[in-house]
Design a protein around this ligand. Structure first.
Ligand code: TRH
Length: 390
């Protein structure tokens, strides 16, 4: 079945990823991206177990939401409806990844313990720039009863972590796209973006509902120069609907003052990259779009996933400290955007100062990318680690 696949560079042949969609699209977004890269670039036979096919379909239109098992882009997707199920040792993959400690089915764990040799079992954790990650990356956690060991695998921003997801051809594709204005114009025109909107400052907007979007829209309307804000359907719905004066459906747009807001459909993952590459500034959120914005090489603002007791503010500060220690206006804007400032925010000044620093941020992002690249990519690092513990 896989005779045309590249030779596996590692000892691994098969790999299973278990993904539980907690909310939104990041969980399946990350697992799907990792699965594709392992299959395409490393010749690994991947089975992706996922509990929520409709969410998956939003970022991958080929998904059939009523199928228990399907082949998509040469890998196997299995619907994982519950924790029950009997598995035999032959069902078990050489590497088993549970995403975000999602508790894989007990029957599968029992079958893992019956395998000889035993599979490599990894818990792929969430991304944070906090320093403790380096101490926890690859730590073993022996099973209390069975002869199995699970290892923690952390993505991250330093070479003492697993690195970030990055497909091998991505950088070249990005450069080619960004050096071809007509390719960018053709891409954006698909969503109805006009030449005048194209010539303005182009901003993509992906954030959680609590982001102060209405405040920013007010400032942008009064801007001296044109701003085009491209927002996927369903994002910042209240502010967008108020601005448009109608339902924020894909294809709708309105201009007030200097600002045009245009609603885009939710696009497949590869097109989302192109959107980030084509814009001058990207607002991103969660984990996966946040990482893609870093590879896009454009200024970006991160809306971090909110957590209880404002734990996320600590994570935000940890990232800003390593990403943009010297660019105060980026810090200020990021903290304001994430509700992490106690004083009242002058949005006009915060935006103006941030915008003035955008050329500096673009330059800095080249060095940042270089530093990230020196950590290797997550998929390759994961396979290398698996080889060392097999
Ligand atoms: O959707 P997110 O907020 O996802 C997550 C989840 O909430 C998760 O539970 C949490 O743990 C994590 O954030 C931190 O944001 P994220 O991570 O950016 O994922 C969005 C995915 O959707 C990403 O793979 C990009 C993709 N996407 C598209 O494919 N097309 C689009 O048009 C857009 C806007 C996004």
């Amino acid at each position: 079945m896989h005779q045309n696949k590249p030779q596996a560079k590692h000892q691994t042949r098969s790999l299973a990823i278990f993904c539980k969609v907690v909310d939104n699209y990041g969980d399946i977004g990350i697992c799907w991206r990792l699965a594709r890269q392992l299959e395409n670039e490393h010749g690994v036979a991947v089975t992706l177990w996922v509990d929520d096919l409709p969410s998956f379909k939003r970022i991958c239109p080929e998904v059939a939401i009523d199928r228990d098992e399907q082949q998509i882009a040469a890998l196997t997707v299995r619907h994982w409806p519950d924790q029950d199920g009997v598995f035999a040792a032959v069902d078990v993959a050489d590497i088993v990844i549970e995403f975000f400690a999602c508790d894989i089915p007990p029957g599968y764990i029992t079958a893992m313990a019956q395998c000889n040799p035993r599979p490599v079992w990894l818990n792929l954790e969430g991304l944070t720039a906090e320093e403790w990650v380096e101490g926890c990356h690859t730590l073993p956690s022996p099973h209390p009863r069975l002869p199995l060991t699970k290892y923690f695998f952390f993505p991250g921003f330093t070479n003492n972590t697993g690195g970030l997801l990055l497909e091998s051809g991505l950088e070249q594709q990005r450069r080619q796209f960004q050096s071809d204005p007509s390719a960018m114009a053709t891409f954006l025109a698909r969503f109805g973006v006009t030449p005048a909107e194209m010539a303005a400052l182009k901003v993509s907007l992906f954030c959680y509902p609590q982001a102060p979007v209405a405040k920013l829209f007010e400032v942008w309307q009064a801007s001296d120069t044109g701003i085009t804000c491209l927002v996927p359907e369903g994002v910042a719905a209240d502010a967008v609907q108020t601005f448009l004066g109608q339902d924020a459906k894909a294809g709708t747009a309105a201009t007030r003052g200097a600002l045009t807001v245009r609603v885009l459909p939710f696009v497949p993952q590869p097109d989302y990259d192109k959107l980030l590459w084509a814009c001058d500034l990207n607002f991103v959120r969660g984990e996966d779009s946040f990482v893609r914005a870093q590879w896009a090489g454009k200024p970006f603002i991160w809306h971090i996933y909110p957590q209880d007791e404002n734990l996320h503010h600590k994570k935000l500060n940890a990232f800003l400290k390593c990403y943009a220690a010297t660019i105060e206006n980026l810090h200020e804007f990021s903290l304001a955007w994430n509700g992490a400032k106690t004083e009242t925010i002058d949005w006009d000044a915060t935006w103006t100062q941030f915008q003035a620093d955008m050329p500096r941020i673009s330059l800095m992002s080249i060095n940042w990318q270089r530093q990230l690249l020196s950590n290797g990519d997550l998929a390759s690092n994961l396979l290398k680690f698996a080889d060392t513990v097999r």
